[in-house]
Design a protein around this ligand. Structure first.
Ligand code: MG
Ligand code: MG
Length: 259
């Protein structure tokens, strides 16, 4: 659910605070990355994130959001998004999508990364690689004068060219004083369509790409979203400020990938 229809253009001061949030989320995901291994429970990861975020003077934005019970969404294998941390112990060969949010100085951070647990199958690795590539294809379109559909199309085309499917039910979004603001940023769409992007818009681009069917179903817990055929799904998310010429990526995977 998005709050309002108005797309806000952020000034330099606001973008600086959004970047502080973005980097804190990025560092939190790296803390999680250090601990991802067979045997660790997803609830242990959640506690690491909550402590790390609070130690930096921020709040875990997901905790209590629409009554979500934890600080991270931890989505294993066929779970697309919104997995609830639990006593489930990660095992060799799992892929685990971790989505994290912060609130700091009145603004939000929101980023996600799919991690491998130990050795994973070549098929799982390929899905992760293509999903991350799709994210960066989308980001490249987030420039002043383009339209949302340019971002959406770029993501969809890359995923589908590799034989994967794009989840329709969940989309990217604007980010600011709320975690989910206008505009919606779908991972499917048509070039040249949708709202025009303008310098100073801050959006989260977050492809959720499935190995098999694009369809999803909701678990009995009313949060966990599974792939319709229980095949794998991957999810990467970064926060981007629309600029003229070249987009400015506020969050980063560098802390994770330097591990
Ligand atoms: Mg997120
Ligand atoms: Mg998001």
């Amino acid at each position: 659910m998005l709050f309002g229809k108005m797309i806000v253009l952020r000034n330099a001061e606001e973008i600086a605070i959004l970047k502080e949030n973005a980097l804190l989320v990025s560092k939190t995901l790296a803390e999680i990355g250090k601990r991802i291994k067979p045997g660790v429970t997803t609830l242990e990861l959640d506690k690491v994130a909550e402590t790390f975020i609070r130690d930096h003077g921020a709040e875990p934005a997901f905790l209590g959001y629409n009554k979500f019970p934890n600080s991270l969404c931890v989505s294993v294998n066929d779970v697309v998004v919104h997995g609830i941390p639990s006593g489930y112990q990660l095992k060799e060969g799992d892929i685990v999508s971790v989505d994290c949010g912060t609130r700091y100085k009145g603004y939000y951070g929101d980023s996600a990364y799919t991690f491998a647990v130990g050795e994973i199958s070549p098929a799982a690795r390929r899905l992760m690689t293509v999903t991350k590539e799709a994210l960066f294809k989308g980001i490249a379109q987030a420039v002043d004068g383009n339209r949302i559909g340019d971002v959406s199309f770029a993501v969809q085309q890359h995923a589908e060219q590799h034989g994967y499917s794009v989840v329709r039910e969940m989309v990217g979004h604007g980010l600011g004083r709320r975690m989910h603001e206008a505009p919606e940023v779908p991972n499917f769409g048509r070039r040249g369509h949708g709202k025009q992007l303008k310098e100073g818009m801050v959006i989260c681009i977050e492809p959720m790409i499935n190995e098999g069917t694009k369809n999803v179903y909701l678990d009995n817990d009313e949060w966990t979203l599974h792939t319709g055929d229980n095949k794998l799904s991957a999810h990467y998310e970064l926060t981007v400020c629309v600029r003229k010429g070249t987009p400015e990526i506020l969050s980063t995977f560098d802390y994770i990938e330097q591990l």
